[in-house]
Design a protein around this ligand. Structure first.
Ligand code: ADP
Length: 719
């Protein structure tokens, strides 16, 4: 009986395609295969096999089974689930899952080995080489080790006494040493660790919310759960997710210390051959701890027992381009599919997770004090109306005085401003024009260290012109407002002796550079760090006692649903970097609106009151976590086609109880990369199957070729 294989391809196709299985290929579900698609051969994964011939039309046959290992069944199920959850095609998550399998293999290296045959003649040089052989040296290294010329080694190879073998270096992931003790936990840490161990012991899907103030030892506590999960099952694997590459670096170092072996690392910055090795080691179960960014969720785990989502509130868990997903939510889904425990950790949990904890769906473990003598920092609001900075400056006199005192005590300060570059706006003082991105409705940001104007939305950049491109006036372009580079300039002028550094995605542009700067800060080699959010969260800098927030109002502007929540989280995290050891810390928040409830809650250290007020508002409006949101984003280069189709799309919205549709509304930035965008927003009660609603709606209308339709379940930002 011939068989038919359904093969899912990592591209935007609605479903798997059927292919005939060639006689004797013996395919199994999960196998990676090469299959013909039009004139090409493409990589795909077998998702089902059934008996039967191809019906009327003969099917094309699978070309070959690839040598790369198969995807485990749970990974396949997860891909399918993720696609349905996102109301998207399964090729998107499959492409993420195959990223490691498709990466080039590590290059083979040549090693010299003795063959067992004695050399035909012996010299002192040859003897030294034979003694040093057998340690897996390359030919050149062997010559060096024996202190001879390369000709001697070559002579022994020609003689048959030595042979060269070429092999890809086997990925070594040293097993974690589970006998190493963790630190002695304090009482509340010990109670939380016991609860997490119990969660793991359930051996089944369960979620715990580890909700502890900054510096309370959440990392130490969840590492106990990691140790326990690995110890109770010798094959178990653990995934620790972090929202940013900079944070993965710190976690890798800590896990390395705790278990005496470095975990595997997974994020977009990992070099392709390493990616391939990690992927294969995870698939084979040879690697037990993975630390990674959100895409690590799609790795082919063999036996995943525990997923930790650290800084679970962080908006970076939302992937906004390509396949759109919220990694925190998908971590819970993956946990369910794997029968694994999931730990969500944060000092400022998302309202979604808090709601699940309040209603008892998640176990709620609270750590309300910092470990040891460390106290939470005092938070002071600096009213800029009373204490304005000098013209053209951004730091108020009270903040400057506090930095001076901090430096005087030999301690460190961090100035937080969530704006990359030198100035967010450049305008011509002769004609008043603002420098704009060519095909996008956004201002160009001046980056003085590189001398360029950059669009942060699209990455477009150009050298800063010496005359205005609109009126031609010379040297008329002026920088408006501050970015981190400009704050550093001010700090240098104020404190010429201090060692300063800027930490942003421009200066810490890859994992290694981020790690270097974090280590330098932790080691006290920097006195004042000026940082965007890349350094303001998660890190543990022992000698940092002052955090200054340059513009506490920044993220409150712009009216999106989560502006208040996000500002609270970001500022609480930034403030939480201060005073993490014996010396008390302080955070100063510069603001023009100190009466704002978010800032008042921060100053009072009253998270619970803030959360209660925010929850009440969301409940009345039926917004997450009390209702669900979905966005349909339409974009086109053709404004008329977009206008017409957005009206058709709105008219086609199905009627359903508990669902409201708003829009179409223009995007705040009307033009991005030459495309105009509109959005329809769906609000649904929690009882509504939002995914089913959205896919029914989409199936009702067929967009013209010039209009793209993207669905965003649980939208965060819309620019
Ligand atoms: P969080 O993740 O909650 O911000 P961390 O786990 O980073 O907190 O802990 C803050 C600091 O306190 C770290 O340097 C950590 O090593 C230390 N610490 C926490 N708990 C303990 C403990 N029980 N014994 C010793 N040091 C601890």
């Amino acid at each position: 009986m011939s068989r038919i294989a359904s093969v899912l391809l990592p591209m935007p196709l609605p479903e798997a395609f059927d292919y005939a299985e060639p006689e004797g290929m013996g395919l199994e579900v999960g196998d990676q295969v090469a299959a013909p698609l039009g004139p090409r051969l493409v990589r795909g994964v077998v998702t089902a096999i059934r008996d039967g011939a191809g019906g009327n039309r003969p099917l094309k046959a699978v070309e070959a089974r690839l040598e790369e290992p198969p995807l485990p069944p749970n990974t396949l199920e997860f891909i399918d689930w993720a696609a349905r959850y996102a109301v998207d095609m399964p090729g998107g998550p499959l492409a993420i899952a195959l990223r490691g399998a498709r990466a080039p293999k590590p290059r083979a290296v040549k090693r010299v080995q003795p063959t067992g045959q004695a050399p035909s003649r012996s010299t002192p040089a040859r003897e030294r080489v034979m003694q040093a052989a057998g340690e897996g040296h390359s030919p050149a290294d062997l010559a060096r080790a024996a202190g001879v010329s390369s000709g001697v080694v070559k002579g022994l190879i020609d003689d048959g006494a030595l042979a060269v073998v070429a092999e890809a270096p086997e990925a070594r992931f040293d097993p974690p040493d589970l006998s190493r003790p963790g630190p002695a936990l304090n009482d509340s840490q010990a109670a939380a660790a016991t609860a997490l161990r119990r969660l793991v012991d359930g051996g089944d899907f369960q979620v715990g919310l580890l909700d502890g103030v900054t510096g309370s030892g959440k990392t130490e506590v969840y590492l106990e759960a990691v140790a326990h999960a690995l110890a109770r099952d010798p094959e178990a694997q653990v995934l620790v997710l972090l929202p940013e590459i900079a944070l993965t670096q710190a976690a890798i170092a800590r896990i390395g210390e705790r278990f005496g072996a470095a975990p595997a690392e997974w994020h977009s910055d990992v070099a392709p051959p390493t990616r391939r090795r990690v992927w294969e080691a995870v698939q084979a179960g040879r690697c037990r701890i993975v630390v990674g960014a959100r895409s690590a969720l799609f790795l082919p785990f063999r036996k995943l027992a525990l997923i930790v989502v650290d800084e679970e509130h962080d908006a970076s868990y939302k992937q906004e381009e390509g396949f759109i997903y919220q990694a925190r939510d998908l971590a819970v889904v993956r946990g369910k599919i794997e029968g694994a425990a999931v730990v969500l950790a944060s000092a400022t949990p998302s309202l979604e997770s808090l709601r699940n904890a309040e209603t008892g769906r998640y176990a709620w473990l609270r750590l309300s004090a910092r470990h040891g003598a460390a106290q939470l920092p005092e938070i002071e609001l600096v009213d800029l109306r009373e204490h304005p900075p000098q013209v053209g400056r951004w730091l108020s006199p009270p903040l400057v005085a506090a930095v001076a005192e901090t430096l005087g005590r030999g301690e460190q300060a961090l100035l937080f401003l969530n704006r990359r570059g030198y100035a967010p706006l450049v305008l011509c003082k002769a004609c008043g024009e603002r420098m704009r991105s060519p095909d996008t409705d956004s201002w160009l940001v001046e980056h003085r260290y590189t001398g360029r104007l950059v669009c942060h939305l699209t990455g477009f950049s150009m050298p800063k012109p010496d005359k205005c491109p609109y009126c031609g006036a010379k040297e008329s372009l002026i920088a408006i407002g501050p970015g981190v580079e400009r704050v550093q300039e001010e700090v240098r002028a104020l404190f010429p002796e201090a060692r300063t550094a800027v930490f942003s995605s421009d200066t810490a542009y890859d994992a290694r550079e981020a790690r270097r700067m974090i280590e330098a800060m932790a080691a006290g080699e920097i006195d004042i760090m000026v940082a965007t959010q890349a350094a303001a969260k998660g890190h543990d800098f022992p000698n940092l006692t002052l955090v200054g927030v340059v513009d506490a109002d920044l993220s409150l502007r712009g009216g999106d649903l989560r502006a208040g929540e996000r500002t609270f989280q970001l500022l609480a995290q930034a403030a939480g970097r201060a005073g993490r050891r014996e010396r008390p810390g302080k955070a100063m928040l510069q603001t023009w609106a100190p009466e704002h409830p978010v800032l008042q809650a921060l100053a009072a250290g009253d998270r619970d009151a803030f959360v209660a007020a925010e929850m009440a508002e969301r409940e009345i409006a039926g917004l997450p976590p009390f209702g669900r949101l979905g966005a349909v984003i339409l974009s086109s280069e053709n404004p008329q086609a977009l206008e017409a189709f957005s009206r058709d799309m709105a008219a086609a919205a199905p009627n359903a109880d508990g669902v409201e549709v708003f829009g179409p509304a223009d995007a705040p930035l009307a033009l991005v990369r030459g495309r105009r965008r509109k959005r329809l927003l769906v609000r649904a009660d929690r009882t509504v199957d939002l995914q089913a609603y959205l896919s029914t709606w989409r199936a009702r209308v067929k967009p013209p070729g010039s209009v793209r339709v993207v669905i965003d379940v649980d939208p965060y930002s819309f620019l």
